[in-house]
Design a protein around this ligand. Structure first.
Ligand code: FES
Length: 185
C-alpha cells in the first residue's frame, strides 16, 4: 500500500543548502530522526515544515514519518515560538485541580491564549499532554523546567523566576519522573 505524502511545499532559497549542511552528520541514519529535527530547531528556533522534505532525503525516511515525529513530540515546534515556551498540562486531572485559573492568570499577565506569542516575542503558551504524572497536578513547564502542584498564586513567582523548577520532569524527552519526595518547590 502506498503511503500518502503531505502536500509538497516550496523550499525557501538557502534553507535547503543549510539543512543539508546541518544534517550531514546524520546522512542516511534513520535512527537519528529526532536528533536531526532538534538540530534544525536549534538553527531556526523551530522546525520549518519546508525543511522536512530535505531532511527526509538526507535521513532516508519518508517526509510523512518526519511530519509525524514533529507533531508527536511537544519539544519540537512546527511553527515559530517565543524565546520561552510555557506549557500547561491540558489533561483531565490538571484541569480539575486548577489549570483554568492558572490559564486565567497567565492571560491576565501576558495576554496569551493557547499557541499565542506575546508581541515582544518573549513567551509562547502551549498545552502539554498528560504524561500520567497526575500525582503532581497541576503541572506547568517553562522550557525544560517543570513546576508541580502549581497554584494560581505561584504563576507570577514562576514567571519572575522566583520559584525553583525541576529539570526534566514529564517533558517527553525520556527522562524519568523523580519520586515524589525528590520534587521540591
Ligand atoms: S492530567 Fe496533568 S499530568 Fe495527568
Amino acid at each position: 500500500m502506498s503511503e500518502s505524502q503531505p502536500p509538497r511545499r516550496a523550499v525557501p532559497a538557502g534553507l535547503e543548502e543549510r539543512v543539508r549542511q546541518l544534517l550531514a552528520p546524520f546522512r542516511g541514519d534513520r535512527t537519528m530522526t529526532v536528533d536531526a529535527l532538534k538540530v534544525i530547531q536549534q538553527a531556526y528556533g523551530y522546525v520549518p515544515p519546508e525543511s522536512l522534505r530535505v531532511a527526509a532525503e538526507e535521513l532516508g525516511v519518508s517526509e510523512n514519518t518526519l511530519d509525524g515525529i514533529l507533531h508527536f513530540y511537544e519539544f519540537l515546534f512546527p511553527r515559530p515560538v517565543g524565546e520561552r515556551v510555557i506549557r500547561v498540562c491540558s489533561g483531565t486531572v490538571c484541569q480539575a485541580l486548577g489549570v483554568p485559573v492558572i490559564l486565567r492568570r497567565i492571560r491576565e499577565r501576558l495576554g496569551l491564549r493557547w499557541y499565542e506569542t506575546t508581541p515582544d516575542g518573549k513567551y509562547t503558551l502551549m498545552p502539554l499532554p498528560c504524561y500520567n504524572t497526575c500525582a503532581y497536578a497541576p503541572i506547568l513547564q517553562i522550557d525544560t523546567l517543570t513546576f508541580v502542584r502549581v497554584t494560581p498564586e505561584q504563576v507570577d513567582e514562576i514567571l519572575d523566576g522566583r520559584l525553583e523548577g525541576v529539570e526534566g520532569l514529564p517533558c517527553g524527552d525520556g527522562k524519568p519522573t523523580p519520586p515524589r519526595e525528590e520534587v521540591e518547590l
